[in-house]
Design a protein around this ligand. Structure first.
Ligand SMILES: [Zn+2]
Ligand SMILES: [Zn+2]
Ligand SMILES: [Zn+2]
Length: 140
């Protein structure tokens, strides 16, 4: 279900990104996707909606949005980057290696393990990313 444009515009501002019509258009299209998409796929979908956004603009916009932490980048399509609009809270991803389904997992019980593993090497952990790869219920 697409998030309302108002919410997307606030999401951009919360992450210090100016909400231009083009960025909102890209984000709105991304919000329609349950799993994740490549820049190329997103661009094709925008074209089907008669958007004038060029492929280079879509690439640039997605790169900016991921750099600013608005969208997540996943790479499970043979090295090609995929983008997903996830929730704001800390989470992890479950990735289906066959159909590329993506599920967002909100629960994280890893903080103690992460802190201990980091400490062992003299690090202080500030963040961690974990992706669980496997087969979804439909592909098993
Ligand atoms: Zn995510
Ligand atoms: Zn699957
Ligand atoms: Zn975590």
């Amino acid at each position: 279900m697409p998030a309302p444009r108002q919410g997307l515009s606030e999401l951009l501002e919360r992450n210090a990104v100016r909400a231009t019509p083009r960025r909102l258009e890209v984000l709105e299209e991304l919000a329609r996707e349950r799993d994740d998409v490549t820049a190329q796929q997103l661009w094709s979908r925008l074209r089907e909606r008669d958007s004038a956004a060029g492929l280079a603009t879509v690439y640039r916009t997605l790169a900016l949005l991921s750099e600013k932490g608005v969208v997540d980048v996943l790479s499970h399509h043979g090295g090609e980057q995929c983008y997903r609009l996830c929730g704001d809270a800390h989470h992890h991803h479950l990735l289906c290696e066959r159909c590329h389904r993506v599920v967002e997992i909100q629960e994280c019980g890893l903080d103690d393990w992460v802190a201990a593993a980091a400490k062992q090497h003299g690090f202080v952990a500030t963040d961690h990313r974990v992706e669980i790869v496997g087969l979804c219920a439909d592909c098993r």
